[in-house]
Design a protein around this ligand. Structure first.
Ligand code: HEC
Ligand code: HEC
Length: 313
């Protein structure tokens, strides 16, 4: 079974930045709710140069059906990603809509991820947009419609399109673009995430789950070499990343076309190429993820979600 991930609910109707204007009155209002004060001038500069400029609308674009997320009703999600590399800040822009939701010009959700490369480790900031489609020169961050951090433990995620014969094929130049971007995403190394304080009393979604169990780090020996503080590779995986973890380790053997198996092995699965979890280790990893109330591990499993060696006679 593939674990089904629920992604951002599609609610907005926004065309891709038209790039018609980069004039001085263009405004980005309301950033202080989602970004720390000291980062705002930098963020504004990066966003102006990308979302609001002609140059931005000409940046390379890749469109594909996500191999990693569906809507709650099981529809495929179409993603359009653009990337802009700034001196201090990188901007990842993604628009998504659910297949079968009317004309493709309608119903897009616009999301951004900013990566501040000047901090050590680098810092990720999430933003969702809600702006007048007729006035792309004015941008307003909107409340989140998904808990970004539960799928993005380390800023941007490597791109893994679905690769089924029934879908429009992705052409060679787009594959090359995806590989280049995945290398950038992989090479960022460890990224910490800025968590804005949202007003939960007015029903706004935070970007992460706050509970103690949700924040317990995965100490599995097959993963921590890379996914741990100070590893330099990736930030720790927490229990709240469970769905993403399972999607990454389970899809290896999915026959329906996930993760483009042989051709694109480098970005096919976790742990990386040449390693594969045994059935017993998979079972124990699942047990750890699902054990939200800290009961004892299932028989044959360690506290860290690894299979124990069979007893000797
Ligand atoms: C259900 C899991 C999930 C949730 C929740 C989620 N994302 Fe993503 N997102 C992904 C995955 C996976 C990718 C990589 C593209 C792909 O293969 O589909 C991605 C890609 C992106 C990208 C393109 C750059 C990159 O990482 O490759 C941006 C920008 C982005 N997400 C922003 C957000 C924001 C903002 C939120 C919160 C409102 C959010 N995402 C919530 C799974 C998720
Ligand atoms: C040798 C290093 C290495 C090991 C070992 C490893 N990973 Fe990863 N992992 C990476 C890198 C690099 C990425 C980002 C690029 C990608 O997605 O392919 C990643 C990405 C991920 C992601 C997506 C979130 C993110 O940080 O981008 C998950 C979930 C994940 N790995 C789970 C696991 C699990 C579970 C294990 C152990 C069973 C594991 N990984 C072992 C290096 C590793």
């Amino acid at each position: 079974m593939i674990s089904v991930l629920i992604t951002a609910i599609i609610t907005f109707n926004i065309p891709f930045p038209a790039g018609a204007s980069s004039n001085a009155d263009s405004s980005i209002a309301g950033l202080q709710k989602y970004l720390p004060t000291e980062f705002i001038p930098n963020a504004e500069k990066a966003l102006r140069a990308t979302l609001l400029s002609r140059k931005g609308s000409q940046a390379p674009l890749v469109e594909f059906v996500s191999g990693q997320s569906y809507t709650s009703s099981g529809l495929n999600i179409v993603n359009r990603i653009r990337f802009f590399s700034g001196k201090q800040t990188d901007v990842w822009l993604m628009k998504q809509h659910a297949e079968g939701h009317g004309a493709p010009s309608r119903g897009w959700t616009t999301l951004t991820l900013l990566v501040d490369k000047s901090t050590a480790p680098k810092t990720a900031y999430f933003l969702q947009w809600d702006h007048d489609p007729e006035k792309p020169a004015h941008l307003h961050p909107a409340p989140f419609t998904a808990m970004c951090f539960t799928c993005h433990p380390n800023g941007p995620r490597a791109i893994r399109p679905q690769y089924k014969p029934s879908l429009v094929p992705i052409d060679g130049s787009h594959w090359n673009q995806i590989y280049d971007w995945n290398d950038i995403i992989s090479d960022y190394g460890e990224i910490k995430t800025y968590k804005p304080r949202v007003d939960i009393s007015s029903n706004e979604l935070p970007i992460d789950l706050p509970g103690r169990m949700d924040n317990e780090p995965l100490k599995n020996k097959f993963c921590i070499e890379c996914h741990s503080k100070g590893s330099g590779v990736r930030s720790p995986l927490l229990r709240q990343h469970g769905d993403s973890i399972l999607a990454m380790v389970e899809n290896i053997s999915d026959p329906t076309g996930y993760y483009v198996p042989a051709l694109h092995e480098k970005y096919a699965f976790m742990p990386l190429v040449g390693h594969k979890l045994s059935v017993a280790d998979m079972g124990c990893l699942k047990d750890w993820i699902q054990n939200r109330f800290m009961g004892p591990p299932a028989p044959g499993c360690s506290q860290n979600g690894e299979a124990l060696p069979p007893a000797r006679h």
